[in-house]
Design a protein around this ligand. Structure first.
Ligand SMILES: *Cc1c(COP(=O)(O)O)cnc(C)c1O
Length: 419
C-alpha cells in the first residue's frame, strides 16, 4: 500500500481541484468494497467464469533443456479473456463503478488493448463505455477499434496535440471532470493520481497470488520473477505478494527499442535520459526532451512504448528491490520465436521482453533454480507487426490480394455494407 498516496517520493495526487472529490470518493468506495464479502464474491465469480482464472503455470521443459540452466516456468496470463492481463483491472474497476452507482465508464487507450478489455467488461456488466483514443492510434489500430465497437463501446478519436495516448488521457480527464456523478474513469495501468496505483495493483495482484500458490503446491522454489514494464500493471501485480520479502529476485524488463539514444527506446529506469516529473496527475520518472516535454519513445511493442512508469515501480527500482533491465526489439522478437518453437506458446511482443529477460537469467543460474516469467499477453494481436518482419514478401502479397478482393466489392454488398 502507498503511504497517503506516496511510494517514497513518487505518486501523489496532482490534479485540478475539481477532481479531488471524485478521487476521494473512489478511494473510500474502494476501501469499503475490498472489505465487503459480497463484492469479493462477485469479483471471484467474474474471475472464474468470465476471465477464465486461474491461468496456468506452465513448466517450459523444452525451453529449459535447450538453454541448459535454471528451470523456466511461464505464467500463462495471456490465456485470460481478451488476451492479456488488462481484463483483471478493467473488470475490477467496472465492478467497483457499478457498486458506486455509476452508469457510464470512460477509458483512454493507446494501442487499444486496455480499451478492448474495458469495452468487454462494460458489455458484460451493463455499463455504457466511451473510449478516448488518439486519431493516429485509431488509424493504425483498426482491428482493436473494430472489436471495441463490436462490444458496444463508443470510440472517440482525439485530434488534439500529437493525437496519441497522452492526448487521449487528457480528453478522458476532461470528460470525467464534467461527468463524475454518473461516470468512472478506468485507468489502464498502475499509474495516475492516488488512489489508482493502489487500485490497479490490487486488481492485478491476483496474478502474483495465483503464481505463489501454484509454485508452493508444486514445491517450486522461486529464484526470480520476470515481467515486462510499460506503465507497470502486470509487473506490480505479479510481484506484489513478494515485495515485502528480500527473495525472490524481481526482474523488470523495459523496452530497449532500437538503441540507447533519446527517442530510440522507452527506458525510464535503467537509462540516463529520464528525470523526476509530474505528468497526468502523479509524480514519477519520465522520459523528457530538452524542453521538459514528454519525449518520443520507441518500441516494437505498443504496450511498452510509453514515457512514464507507475510510481511504485519507480520507488522499488530506486530502492533496489526491483532490478531493471532493457531488452531491445530484436531480442524480444527472438524470444517470441524461441517460445513458439520450443513450447508452442506465442508471447505478445510486450511479454517477450520479460521472456528474453528470463532466458538471459536462466543461462546464468544453476539448473536446480527456477525462474518464472509472466506472459502478460498472447501474440495473436501482433500478427500485423510480426508478419511483415517474419514473412515480408508473403505478407505483402496477402495484403495486396485482400485489398483487391475488397475492392471487387462482392462480399461487402452481399452483407449490406457500404455501396
Ligand atoms: C498493455 C500491456 C503491457 C504493458 O502494460 P503494463 O501496465 O506495464 O502491464 C504488457 N503486456 C501486454 C500484453 C499488454 O497488453
Amino acid at each position: 500500500m502507498s503511504d497517503h498516496g506516496y511510494f517514497d517520493r513518487f505518486g501523489g495526487k496532482y490534479v485540478a481541484e475539481v477532481l479531488r472529490r471524485p478521487l476521494d470518493e473512489l478511494e473510500a468506495a474502494f476501501a469499503e468494497a475490498m472489505a465487503d464479502a459480497k463484492f469479493l464474491a462477485e469479483l471471484a465469480a467474474v474471475r472464474d467464469d468470465f476471465i477464465g482464472r486461474p491461468t496456468p503455470l506452465l513448466f517450459a521443459e523444452n525451453a529449459t533443456r535447450e538453454i541448459g540452466g535454471a528451470k523456466i516456468y511461464v505464467k500463462m496470463e495471456g490465456l485470460a479473456h481478451t488476451g492479456a492481463h488488462k481484463i483483471n483491472n478493467a473488470i475490477g474497476q467496472v465492478l467497483l463503478a457499478k457498486r458506486m452507482g455509476k452508469t457510464r465508464i470512460v477509458a483512454e487507450t493507446g494501442a487499444g488493448q486496455h480499451g478492448l478489455a474495458t469495452a468487454s467488461a462494460c458489455a458484460r456488466l451493463g455499463l455504457e463505455c466511451v473510449v478516448y483514443m488518439g486519431e493516429v492510434d485509431v488509424r493504425r489500430q483498426q482491428p482493436n477499434v473494430a472489436a471495441m465497437e463490436l462490444y458496444g463501446a463508443t470510440v472517440v478519436p482525439v485530434t488534439a496535440g500529437s493525437r496519441t495516448l497522452k492526448d487521449a488521457i487528457n480528453e478522458a480527464y476532461r470528460d470525467w471532470s464534467a461527468s463524475f456523478p454518473t461516470t468512472h474513469y478506468v485507468i489502464g495501468s498502475a499509474l495516475g493520481p492516488a488512489p489508482y496505483p493502489d487500485i490497479v495493483r490490487e486488481f492485478q495482484s491476483v496474478i502474483g497470488r495465483e503464481t505463489r500458490d501454484q509454485a508452493a503446491s508444486r514445491g517450486i522454489e522461486i529464484e526470480a520473477l520476470c515481467a515486462c514494464v510499460g506503465g507497470g500493471s502486470n509487473a506490480i501485480g505479479f510481484f506484489s505478494p513478494f515485495i515485502d520479502r528480500s527473495h525472490p529476485r524481481l526482474i523488470a524488463a523495459e523496452a530497449g527499442g532500437i538503441g540507447p539514444g533519446v527517442g530510440e527506446n522507452s527506458v525510464r529506469m535503467g537509462g540516463a535520459a529520464s528525470s523526476d516529473g509530474i505528468v497526468h496527475g502523479y509524480k514519477s520518472r519520465f522520459l523528457v526532451d530538452a524542453d521538459g516535454q514528454l519525449a518520443e519513445t520507441r518500441s516494437i511493442s505498443a504496450g511498452l512504448d510509453y514515457p512514464g512508469i507507475g510510481p511504485q515501480l519507480a520507488a522499488l527500482g530506486e530502492n533496489g528491490r526491483i532490478e531493471f533491465c532493457a531488452v531491445g526489439d530484436a531480442e524480444a522478437l527472438d524470444a517470441v520465436r524461441f517460445f513458439a518453437r520450443t513450447e508452442g506458446v506465442l508471447f505478445a511482443l510486450e511479454s517477450a521482453h520479460g521472456g528474453a529477460a528470463a532466458m538471459r537469467l536462466a543461462r546464468e543460474l544453476p539448473r536446480d533454480t527456477s525462474v518464472i516469467v509472466n506472459m502478460s499477453g498472447r501474440g495473436d494481436k501482433d500478427i500485423f507487426i510480426t508478419s511483415p518482419i517474419f514473412r515480408p514478401s508473403e505478407w505483402r502479397e496477402f495484403l495486396r490480394d485482400e485489398l483487391a478482393r475488397l475492392e471487387s466489392g462482392v462480399e461487402i454488398h452481399a452483407f449490406g455494407g457500404e455501396k
